[in-house]
Write a protein that binds this ligand. Structure first.
Ligand code: ADE
Ligand code: ZN
Length: 346
């Protein structure tokens, strides 16, 4: 294993910002900044139910996941045309490149948009074009993961999957998002099995607010390869053992957990315990426009609050590539670039 040189605490933020990384857990609709919401509303001749950008941003105070999802859903109503989806994804990808993200896996949910009368092809084509341009113009790779909305029915998830099949080559995976409590993963076992038969990579949100049983269910019933969030796993030693045994990655989102009151403060976040246990944890932004920062902000604030070290930084960035759905040879290349940055950092 690569030996990480100690780095003075004062220099750590710069290392965190400059290290190459992958982002594996972000909802592209959650990157819609208030300024872009207003710009798209103007372009599409729609009303935003807030007088200006500042008052909209002031409304971003949440008591739990559901309170956030209600505001997030309202924001998505300004997305009408392919160019809107392109502009949203392009804005995120530029931000990601500035944070030294070399590879990003973007969640999106067609059901939100088809529910507003926007077809799946408009959504997928707009997002995919931005991902393709990110490769040629920003030099970063980006892939799309379609998330089913778990508060809707199994039949509606099957419908979303059917609609996505013509765009199979533009998507890398299938995920599960939205209101967790009261919507355990097993409801979607059959549609995940269908997705698996179509060679989609599988992930699911589990253990964000929900109990460890939901993480077990995501693993056993849905057969996912990664758990999104998974912070509640730390309550269940048998589950920790299972995650360790299979090297199941957890895509942790510290600022999201703080803003949605999963932890009372970042200093009480369990990311450090996950790393100590040897879990394949990663750091991600979830919904950066709503939760106070993009991926580097998640790294710098969490490291400051938990007193994490350069060795932790290396491990988290290494894990982000390891847990990604990129080809093995590209993965190794990114991990080599990571080691080089740590070797040459003064
Ligand atoms: N959709 C967008 N953000 C989400 C989150 N943090 N949890 C579940 N569903 C989401
Ligand atoms: Zn999420």
């Amino acid at each position: 294993m690569f030996r990480v040189k100690p780095v003075a605490a004062g220099r750590l933020p710069e290392l965190l910002r400059s290290m190459p990384k992958a982002e594996l857990h972000m909802h592209i609709e959650g990157s819609l900044e208030p300024e872009l919401i207003f710009a798209l509303a103007r372009r599409n001749d729609l009303q935003v139910p807030y007088p200006d950008v500042e008052s909209l941003r002031r409304a971003y105070v949440f008591g739990n996941l559901q309170e956030f999802l209600d505001i997030y859903h309202a924001g998505t109503k300004v997305l009408r045309n392919e160019q809107d989806f392109y502009d949203m994804a392009w804005a995120y990808l530029r931000r990601a490149a500035a944070d030294n993200v070399l590879h990003a896996e973007l969640f999106f949910d067609t059901q939100t948009h088809t529910g507003h009368g926007v077809s799946a092809d408009v959504v997928i084509n707009g997002l995919h074009r931005a991902c393709a341009d990110a490769q040629t113009q920003l030099g970063i790779s980006a892939a799309l993961i379609l998330c089913f909305l778990r508060h809707l029915s199994e039949a509606e998830a099957f419908e979303a999957l059917e609609q996505a099949i013509p765009y199979r080559d533009k998507l890398v995976g299938i995920g599960l998002a939205s209101s967790e409590l009261g919507h355990p993963p097993e409801k979607f076992a059959r549609v995940f099995a269908k997705a698996r038969s179509l060679a989609f990579r599988l992930v699911a949100h589990a253990g964000e607010e929900g109990p460890p049983a939901y993480i077990w269910s995501a693993l056993e019933a849905l057969k996912v390869e990664r758990i999104d969030h998974g912070v509640m796993a730390m309550q269940d030693p048998a589950l920790i053992a299972r995650l360790l045994q299979d090297g199941v990655p957890l895509t942790v989102c510290p600022l999201s957990n703080l803003k949605l009151r999963v932890f009372p403060s970042l200093a009480e976040h369990n990311l450090g315990c996950m790393l100590e246990a040897g879990l394949v944890a990663t750091v991600n932004s979830d919904d950066p426009a709503y939760f106070g920062g993009y991926v580097n902000e998640n790294f710098t604030q969490t490291f400051a609050a938990l007193g994490l070290t350069a060795a932790d930084a290396y491990q988290l960035a290494y894990n982000s590539f390891e847990a990604s759905f990129i080809d093995a040879s590209v993965k190794r290349g990114f991990q080599d670039r990571l080691a080089e940055v740590f070797e040459t950092f003064e």
